[in-house]
Design a protein around this ligand. Structure first.
Ligand code: MD3
Ligand code: FE
Length: 212
């Protein structure tokens, strides 16, 4: 993909297929957070169990045809929220439109996500290095939107041992992860509290995914 603005944060190629769109969602951040609020009234944030008996540090919920869940037996996408027994709330049109626009800006036409995964990180919470490969379709990109507190995103390679880069993600930043980057290892360093000007005391991350 052509790197049109290699030195600006406005559109920064992180690695093969991954594009950081700095501040791409800032103008609509309040509307996005309002939509998150509505979703969590129907599908509250929860801390999933992970293999080994612990719980995830990030609280999660989802919207769309599928949500990603974990219960200690494993991870998977399901159409019903295990907490409520109801289907996940619909993907708000605001989410669909933003995800489509961001994907297009990164060179991916016709992106229509089936899942909006919502992660909430209180200060101190992070996410260990992992790959996302529970989706059956790995050709579509993942679009991620950061809101609230900034955090260092850890960005590795195809192998767990590969050297990681640290990329600071701020309120309103969008990253589109396509091509080879789609299967790379990644994580989030423990979030540190700060005065943000946004009044938010957590970091929120929305990821939009095609599942099957
Ligand atoms: C690169 N979330 O939910 S978003 C996750 O900030 C996850 O909450 C982090 O990793 C967060 O699985 C990172 C950035 C991200 C999301 C999915 C990816 C990067 C990705 C999938 C493939 C490659
Ligand atoms: Fe991930």
């Amino acid at each position: 993909m052509d790197d049109l603005f290699p030195e600006t944060r406005e559109r920064l190629s992180l690695s093969s297929g991954a594009v950081l769109l700095g501040g791409f969602a800032r103008a609509e951040a309040q509307a996005l957070l309002h939509a998150v609020e509505i979703i969590t009234q129907q599908a509250p944030f929860r801390h999933y169990r992970v293999a080994g008996g612990g719980r995830m540090a990030a609280a999660m919920t989802a919207c769309g045809d599928y949500g990603w869940v974990s219960d200690g037996q494993g991870y998977r996408y399901v159409r019903t929220d295990p907490l409520t027994g109801r289907p996940w709330p619909a993907l708000p049109s605001l989410f669909l439109a933003l995800a489509g626009r961001a994907a297009r800006a990164a060179g991916y036409e016709g992106f229509v996500p089936q899942c909006g995964l919502i992660n909430r990180y209180a200060p101190g919470a992070g996410m260990g290095l992992h790959q996302d490969r529970d989706e059956r379709i790995m050709e579509a990109p993942v679009v991620s939107v950061s809101l609230g507190l900034s955090a260092f995103f850890q960005w590795g390679g195809a192998q767990r041992q590969d050297t990681c880069r640290k990329v600071l993600l701020h309120h309103g930043d969008v990253v589109v992860w396509g091509g080879p980057s789609r299967s790379h290892f990644h994580g989030v360093l423990p979030v540190r509290s700060a005065q943000t000007g946004t009044g938010l005391e957590c970091r929120y991350n929305l990821t939009f995914r095609v599942v099957d």
